[in-house]
Design a protein. Structure first.
Length: 430
């Protein structure tokens, strides 16, 4: 859909803004709003960064309780997430409360607060602010930079019209995005169900079944056996990380896998390679052959899978299952995908949950004949590929909608489109 433009434009004098409509002005944010810094501990309503959705300014209800020496805010204050500002966490307060953590509480003096929120959500503003951050690991934006940032300012009625227009149009786009995200979730559930059914029930519908004695497996065909992984792989081991401050251990010709590279597919190249010298200094390193199955044992990537298409070593967070017998590696890959939740439940450790090699060795899986394994692999390769294509298409649709949303916000707040006739006068006057 195309939108009307203003009848005349002028140069704003600011590169990222470009031309603005005649009658608009350019002024620093600090001349339109100020930083509110008064602390409070009396509020029963607290807001933390995790309550603000990135890029949309929507409030997210969480079960977590937040405490701290927070900054008080009131209706129409803007809470701007100063930590990692590229996340674009910008919330317009609709009540009184307390901002806990890394927020700038911005109080509008002259401009419409809702318009200012949309302006601060625009990708150009976020990009400018993100480029000013200090701190490598925990980048933060200062009010000194934000306050002096030049912004385009129309008349107050136009500001309100723009805010109303963006509320309405972005709500429509958000509904379409949510529709695609629901579709993706349903497809992912279907994918998991297809894999689980195939590896535990087989492909033949009319066969005699027996109880496996294992909850996640349930009933299996009577021809299936339940076997520990240690009896299916001659090698179940791991690796290590060579000292990172010694350059002679890296940039060699030996592929070295980390858990970040486990993405449910084959691995033919790695981000880092190590040298023969590293192997001679670190006995825990081992070169695994192609067709080795890898599983992540630690942290956020726990349970993630992949397999080697080239010979490679791994770090200590990868468990390698190599030299299989009685089973096709790809069948166990699909089986562990089906069992991921049950496998992760075996993890221990609070802040850094992990499943160790002993737990993986003792993990039991259903095993049909080699011939049936090959049939199941062919079936799942085809089925998951078809579902993945649908998921990718839905992801692309969602990405395009998000780009459209971002472009619409930028066009409206910088005056590239004229929305005054697209909002009812009574709404502006309200």
């Amino acid at each position: 859909m195309s939108f009307p433009k203003y009848p005349a434009y002028k140069d704003s004098g600011v590169e990222w803004i470009g031309e603005i409509p005649e009658g608009w002005e350019v002024t620093p944010i600090k001349r339109q709003a100020h930083l509110h810094t008064e602390k409070t501990t009396k509020s029963v309503f607290t807001v933390a960064l995790e309550n603000i959705e990135s890029g949309t300014g929507k409030f997210i209800i969480t079960e977590n309780q937040f405490q701290g020496d927070g900054i008080g805010f009131q209706v129409d204050d803007i809470l701007f997430g100063k930590l990692r500002p590229y996340l674009a966490k910008v919330w317009l307060a609709n009540c009184y409360g307390e901002a806990i953590g890394d927020f700038h509480v911005i109080r509008s003096d002259k401009c419409n607060a809702h318009f200012l929120q949309w302006l601060l959500l625009s990708i150009e503003i976020i990009s400018q602010i993100d480029g000013s951050t200090f701190g490598a690991k925990m980048p933060r934006a200062s009010w000194e930079f934000i306050g002096q940032l030049n912004i385009p300012i129309p008349s107050l009625p136009e500001q309100k019209a723009i805010a109303i227009f963006l509320d309405r149009e972005c709500k429509k786009i958000d509904a379409l995005i949510e529709e695609q995200e629901r579709l993706i979730a349903l497809l992912q559930e279907k994918r998991q169900a297809v894999i689980t059914h195939a590896v535990t029930k087989g492909l033949e519908p009319n066969v005699s079944m027996q109880d496996s004695g294992i909850k996640w497996i349930g009933e299996v065909p009577q021809t299936y056996r339940i076997i520990r992984l240690s009896l299916l792989f001659n090698i179940i081991s791991s690796g290590t990380t060579p000292t990172t401050d010694n350059e002679s251990f890296y940039d060699g010709n030996i592929a070295w896998v980390t858990t970040g590279e486990l993405k449910e597919k084959g691995i033919s190249e790695t981000t880092k390679n190590i040298t023969e010298l590293a192997f001679s200094h670190f006995p825990a390193l081992r070169l695994y052959p192609p067709n080795t199955l890898l599983i992540a044992m630690y942290g956020a990537t726990i349970g993630r899978l992949g397999w080697l298409e080239v010979a490679a070593a791994t770090n200590q967070a990868c468990c390698a299952l190599a030299d299989s017998h009685q089973v096709e590696m790809k069948f166990i890959f699909y089986t562990l995908l089906a069992a991921k939740q049950s496998l992760v439940l075996l993890s221990s450790g609070g802040g850094q949950p992990n499943i160790n090699q002993d737990k993986i060795r003792s993990f039991k899986v259903p095993v049909p004949s080699l011939a049936e394994q090959k049939q199941i692999i062919l079936h799942l390769d085809k089925s998951t590929s078809e579902i993945d294509d649908l998921i990718n298409h839905a992801n692309q649709n969602a990405s395009l909608l998000k780009e459209r949303r971002s472009a619409l916000i930028s066009a409206a707040v910088t005056g590239k489109i004229d929305v005054r006739t697209l909002v009812k006068p009574k709404d502006i006057a309200a």
